[in-house]
Design a protein around this ligand. Structure first.
Ligand code: NAD
Ligand code: TDX
Length: 339
C-alpha cells in the first residue's frame, strides 16, 4: 500500500509518519509538504533514508506538482494533514488559511478523482463545532453538532470539511473525516500553548495566558490521534465523520501551572495578557462513535503525556532552539509585545 501523507513535516503529520513506518514496514509512505514556517525537515531526519519513505517538497495548491506525484506514485490512500493550523495567525492574516486549507484540499481531491484512490482522509478539528459554555459540562460535540465556527482558521477547516463531503456525494470519492481535539506531544511547534509555555519557562520568560486562563480545551496525546486515524483509514466507513477526543478537559491556567510544577519553575512567571479575539470558551468531544465502531480509546493519561512531553523538550533542545531563534522571534514580538 502506498500512502501520501501531506503536511508530514509538521507536528501531527510527522508523528503519524513515524507511527505508520513502524507499524506497517511493508507500506510505502510519501510525505508531501511545502515546508512553511511550521514544517521542519530535520524532524524527518530519522526516516529520510528509509527505503520505503520519500519526501517531496511541494504545495498542495500546486495542481501540476500534485498531479505529477500521483502519476508517479499511484497512492491508494491520502491523509491530508497539510494546513495552516494556528488560530492567532489566522486572525492576523486569513488569506493563506483559505488558500491552503480550502483550495489545497480541493486540488488533492481532484487528483484523487483523476488517478483513482481507495481513501482520501481529511484531518479536521473539533474547532469546526465552535465552542461550548463553561456552565454546561453535560454538553459535548457529537458528529451531529452543527458547524458554527469562530476564527478564520476554523472557518477554513469547516469549509474544507463541507467540500470533502460534497466530493463524496457528487463524485463518489471515497472519503473520511476525523475531527480531533487539541493534541500535544513531541515536535509541537512552539507557537502553541503547551510547547510555548515549556520553552518560555525554561528561559524564565513570562508565560502569557490569554484573558483569565479559564478557557477549556480537551487534550489528547498525539500518538492516540495517530492510532485513531490508522483505524479510520483501514476500517472506518466511507463518507463518515469521526470525532476523536480523550475526555480530558483542562483549563489553560491549570495546564500552565502544571508545566511550572513539572519544570520546578515559579508560578510568578505567569502573566495575564489581553484575550484572543473571538476566543472559543470550551471544546469537549464525545468520542462514542469511534469507540463503538472501531474500538478506539485514548491510551496515554494526561499526567503521563505531559511528563513525556516535558522530558522530550528537555532532551531535544537541538530541535526547538533553532526554531525560536529564527523568524519565530519576529512572530513573538508581533503577537506578544505590548499585549
Ligand atoms: P502544523 O502547523 O504543525 O503542520 C502543518 C504542516 O503542513 C507543516 O509541515 C507545513 O509545512 C505543511 N503545510 C502548510 N501549508 C502547506 C501547503 N500549502 N502545502 C503543503 N504543505 C503545507 O500542524 P499540526 O498541528 O500538525 O496539524 C495538522 C493537521 O491537524 C491540520 O490540518 C490541523 O488543522 C489538524 N488538527 C490539529 C490539531 C492540533 O491540536 N494541533 C487538532 C486537531 C486537528
Ligand atoms: O500564548 C498563549 N496563551 C494562551 O493562553 C497561546 C499560544 C494560547 N493560549 C490559549 C488559547 C487557547 O485557549 O491556550 C489555548 C490553546 O491555544 P493553542 O495552542 O493556540 O490551540 P487552539 O487555539 O486551541 O487550537 C489548537 O487545537 C485545535 C490547534 O492549534 C489547532 O490547529 C487545532 O485545530
Amino acid at each position: 500500500m502506498t500512502v501520501i501523507v501531506t503536511g508530514g513535516a509538521g507536528f501531527i503529520g510527522s508523528n503519524f509518519i513515524f507511527y505508520m513506518l513502524k507499524k506497517y514496514p511493508s507500506y510505502r509512505i510519501i510525505c508531501l509538504d511545502k515546508l512553511t514556517y511550521a514544517g521542519n525537515l530535520s524532524t524527518l531526519a530519522p526516516v529520510m533514508d528509509s527505503a520505503n519513505f520519500r519526501f517531496v517538497k511541494a504545495d498542495i495548491c500546486d495542481r501540476e506538482a500534485v498531479y505529477k506525484l500521483f502519476e508517479e506514485e499511484h497512492p491508494e490512500t491520502v491523509v491530508n494533514f497539510a494546513a495552516e493550523s494556528h488560530v492567532d495567525r489566522s486572525i492576523e492574516n486569513p488569506g493563506i488559511f483559505l488558500q491552503t486549507n480550502i483550495m489545497g484540499t480541493s486540488v488533492l481531491m481532484d487528483a484523487c478523482l483523476r488517478y483513482g484512490i481507495k481513501r482520501f482522509h481529511q484531518v479536521s478539528t473539533d474547532e469546526v463545532y465552535g465552542d461550548l459554555p463553561l456552565d454546561r459540562p453535560d454538553l459535548l460535540f457529537t458528529e451531529e453538532t452543527s458547524l458554527h465556527t469562530s476564527s478564520p482558521y476554523s472557518s477554513s477547516k469547516a469549509a474544507a470539511d463541507l467540500l470533502v463531503l460534497a466530493y463524496h456525494r457528487t463524485y463518489g470519492l471515497p472519503v473520511s473525516i476525523s475531527r480531533c481535539s487539541n493534541n500535544y506531544g513531541p515536535y509541537h511547534f512552539p507557537e502553541k500553548l503547551i510547547p510555548l509555555m515549556i520553552v518560555n519557562a525554561l528561559a524564565d520568560k513570562p508565560l502569557p495566558v490569554y484573558g483569565k486562563g479559564e478557557n477549556v480545551r480537551d487534550w489528547l496525546y498525539v500518538e492516540d490521534h495517530c492510532k485513531a486515524i490508522d483505524l479510520i483509514i483501514h476500517k472506518g466507513r466511507e463518507g463518515e465523520v469521526y470525532n476523536i477526543g480523550g475526555h480530558n478537559e483542562m483549563r489553560n491556567i491549570d495546564i500552565v501551572k502544571l508545566i511550572c510544577k513539572e519544570l520546578g519553575k515559579s508560578e510568578n512567571l505567569i502573566t495575564y495578557v489581553s484575550d484572543r479575539k473571538g476566543h472559543d470558551m470550551r471544546y469537549a468531544i464525545d468520542p462514542t462513535k469511534i469507540h463503538g465502531e472501531l474500538g478506539w480509546l485514548p491510551e496515554t493519561r494526561f499526567k503521563d503525556g505531559v511528563k513525556k512531553t516535558v522530558k522530550w523538550y528537555l532532551d531535544n533542545r537541538a530541535w526547538w532552539e533553532p526554531i525560536i531563534s529564527g523568524e519565530y522571534k519576529n512572530y513573538y514580538e508581533r503577537m506578544y509585545k505590548n499585549r
